[in-house]
Design a protein around this ligand. Sequence first.
Ligand code: HEM
Length: 152
Amino acid sequence: MSYQLYNWIHVFGLFVIFASLGGISIYAATGGEKAAFKYRRALALAHGVMMVLVLVAGFGLMARANYKFTENPWIYLKLLIWLGVGVFPAFVWRMKNKGLMLFWALLLLGVIGSYTAIFKFSAPQFKKPASIETNIDTGFDGMKRIPSEKIA
Ligand code: HEM
């Protein structure tokens, strides 16, 4: 499968996930009862299937773009966000009176996830402090190297 196809599946899968979670959090925020929610099964199914598709497409994108976890720590954050949207429905039904707050939290997860995907961040590079620089180059453990031409 091409990078573009993985990306399309990844992004539309996210649309379906966020739409279904948005629906249940607003339903809960308006005091709706879980047992009385006519579309609960349909949205739970859509959420579940798309969670798998988004993950598989995410790994597909990594493979096509040759992203390694070690060089791309931003993917760990995305996996964390993915877990967050995975358990999100459980929070909505347990904290029904917080439905609206959860709705905003959901949007925040989307903002952080999409920002991370597009702007990424890399592993902090270890920059050798200048002092170590000299020592390592000289190999004389900090002693000043006498340039060979000066050694009579
Ligand atoms: C729910 C959490 C997630 C959100 C909101 C999210 C969002 C996005 C968005 C908006 C894009 C950009 C698409 C584009 O530039 O065309 C993207 C790309 C990508 N995502 Fe995700 N994603 C999520 C989860 C994941 C997971 C779990 C993985 C890894 C398994 C992943 C790996 C990737 C990769 C590798 C790319 C391509 C980045 C690039 O080549 O520039 N994402 N994601």
